[in-house]
Design a protein around this ligand. Structure first.
Ligand code: SF4
Length: 635
């Protein structure tokens, strides 16, 4: 059997790679994932159709053995460098190979799943194929001793290819900086593993550790990591508390990493499933990104469990949702996309949350790419947390508040409306959504590194479920909600909105006749019919850089419309609307659903129907079945 031998440049470790195994892995990967969507437009075009591996070899002018040797040799030198934003580049005959393809090679060179606890600088250097400068070794060892380091084999491979992945998980000497808070806030009410910050949704902290430790974690201190994991009995007690608290509708099962503890997680789900007032069980897991093999282990235990449990829960109008966590597009692997896609197709909602990290995802462009790809496989996009947690050891990640606003403005211009996340800050007393449920009021007079943030919460709200709530780091403002003092720089003084200067507008009496008139007006024409640029096609409006609206009631021009969309690859969302009721045009809707399948850039087909609100009886079982079938039409 033909093998290739490699020696890693810094660690000196050696590996033997089977030609047949490598070939099979590369061919399989290119067949399934060798698309413009996943590997980028240039490389996807180069791969073309048919035998993509043969096309790649032809473009590189190499035979298989020469190609493999070249790539393996370059990868043996690869390691992360924090000041190299692009990361190591592997190039064959001038063609740059995408990191996502290189991951397949590294899986042969550095095989294995699982995770490792890193306890020394030497071990860290060997695992990452790096050299730690002599003057940093002592400090780095102190970091490792203070803030535990754990890395999955998957993250170790990705980190050799991407500085943006390494930046999230690899220890660094600046963690010794003491600026910031030692411990995080943990809700107003605690009882065992239960923490409650909001009246209707507590969290269960089911497991204290994670397979990979994010360096920016708000629970990063060793004291947190070393707490004993809750027992099944602890979970049962928490479930009893929920059963006796009818105001609680949602529970977030979290940690640490809750999927690391099968016994406590399955006990929690089974217990909560039997409580009538519980509607949603959210499970917060970052394994989709940094430890995807967990979902495929034990005959795909977690994938099957989540999908099957959700089906059972749906029988009593409950559901499971997965809250996951991505920061940079380099973290996305084909495993992540497959997990999200299978969960969503199996009926389990997935939503993504994103800490905002300086020098990683703080310009907007990275997030636009990240969200476009995650949304394409079905993830909803939920919160961007600005700034990332103000905990000791984290300050290299901090950005001013203004940087988050600037990134959001970029996203507004580059993502369709349905893909827009919410910009939020998690204050000590709860989250605020920027400039809707809260805003920056003013600089704190006493502490220059603190600002006052307006929240919608009141003392009464917290006292309703946490009688011992205290105003520490908060104040009652003149509108009688609470302001929270938060460690951050504003970055742009114009973001200080001060106090409300006017009282709220008067509430008008409800007038059913006026409502009827407004409804008639809205339903008279259900199209937007405003284009930001001329499309030259009567039935096509460009309503956003990434979104068009098609008037299906015009019933003409489909070829021109498809051609326009094809020529503008940034369009991801197609909204179908009609002057009259869209349900009168279901055959046209089906025709578009079929035709748009030939355009992989289009990741969302949206059907606008105001009847959904005003004439719900029009959605008969047959109509609903036809709409569901749009997701499964043959090309
Ligand atoms: S996954 Fe969450 S809890 Fe675990 S280390 Fe990362 S941020 Fe912390």
């Amino acid at each position: 059997m033909k093998t290739y031998s490699v020696r890693f440049s810094h660690s000196g470790n050696e590996a033997n790679i089977s030609h047949d195994a490598l070939r099979a892995a590369v061919v399989d990967f290119l067949e399934r994932w060798g698309t413009r969507f996943y590997l980028g437009p240039d490389f996807g075009t180069l791969l073309g159709h048919g035998d993509r591996f043969a096309n790649l070899l032809r473009a590189c002018g190499k035979d298989e053995a020469a190609f493999f040797q070249e790539v393996l040799h370059q990868l043996a030198q690869a390691h992360h460098q924090m000041d190299d934003q692009e990361g190591p580049e592997v190039r064959v005959s001038g063609i740059v190979l995408p990191k996502r393809l290189l991951l397949v090679f590294l899986e042969q060179m550095l095989p294995g799943d699982g995770f490792v606890a890193v306890r020394s600088v030497e071990q860290y250097a060997e695992l990452t194929n790096t050299v730690v400068p002599g003057e940093q070794r002592e400090d780095l060892q102190q970091v490792i001793d203070t803030y535990p380091v754990r890395l999955s084999r998957h993250v170790l491979r990705q980190s050799r290819l991407s500085r943006h992945v390494a930046y999230q998980f690899m220890p660094f000497v600046q963690e010794l900086d003491q600026t910031g808070l030692k411990n995080t806030w943990i809700g107003q009410f605690h009882q065992g593993l239960l923490e409650q910050m909001y009246q209707n949704r507590p969290i269960f902290v089911l497991h204290m550790s994670c397979p990979v430790y994010c360096r920016f974690c708000f629970r990063k201190h060793k004291d947190c990591r070393n707490l004993p994991a809750p027992t099944v009995e602890d979970v049962q007690k928490a479930v009893e508390h929920i059963a006796a608290s009818p105001q609680i509708k949602e529970i977030v099962l979290t940690g640490g990493e809750p999927l690391m503890n099968k016994a406590t997680l399955t006990t929690a789900v089974a217990g909560l499933a039997g409580i009538p007032h519980v509607q949603t069980i959210r499970i917060a897991s970052r394994c989709i990104s940094y430890y995807p093999s967990l979902f495929f282990a034990e005959n795909e235990f977690w994938l099957n469990y989540l999908i099957n449990q959700n089906r059972e829960l749906q029988k009593t109008n409950k559901k499971i949702e997965i809250a996951t966590h991505f920061i940079h597009p380099d973290e996305i692997s084909h495993y992540s996309l497959e997990i999200i896609s299978r969960l969503v197709k199996g009926g389990v909602g997935v939503y993504t949350q994103t800490p905002f990290l300086k020098d990683c995802n703080d310009t907007g462009a990275e997030l636009a790419e990240l969200y476009a790809q995650l949304r394409a496989v079905g993830s909803e996009l939920h919160y961007i947390y600005i700034p990332c947690s103000p905990i000791q050891g984290n300050n290299i990640y901090w950005t001013p508040i203004s940087a988050g606003h600037a990134a959001l403005a970029h996203l507004r211009g580059h993502l369709p409306d349905r893909a827009m996340p919410i910009l939020c800050t998690a204050t000590k007393i709860g989250k605020i959504d920027w400039n809707t449920s809260g805003w920056a009021v003013e600089q704190s007079g006493e502490e220059p590194d603190m600002i006052w943030i307006r929240t919608p919460y009141t003392e009464g709200y917290f006292k309703s479920f946490a009688p011992r709530f205290s105003l520490e780091k908060s104040r009652v403002n003149r509108e009688e909600t609470l302001d929270s003092r938060f460690m951050a720089q504003i970055g742009d003084e114009s973001l200080f909105f001060g106090h409300l200067s006017q009282s709220a507008p008067p509430v008008r009496d409800f007038d059913p006749e006026e409502l009827g008139r407004v409804q008639q007006l809205i339903c008279r024409d259900q199209r937007i019919r405003q284009s930001i640029v001329p499309t030259g096609i009567e039935a096509l409006q460009r309503v956003h850089r990434a979104q068009v609206e098609v008037d299906v009631s015009a019933n003409r021009g489909m070829d021109d419309i498809l051609e326009y969309i094809r020529a503008n690859p940034e369009i991801s969302d197609v909204v179908l609307a009609a002057e009259d009721k869209i349900l009168n045009h279901l055959s046209e809707v089906q025709a578009y659903a079929r035709a748009l399948r030939s355009l992989p850039q289009v990741t969302a087909l949206r059907v606008r129907s105001l009847m959904f609100a005003y004439e719900p009886e029009a959605f008969t079982d047959d109509v609903i079945a036809e709409l569901i079938a749009l997701n499964h039409l043959d090309p």
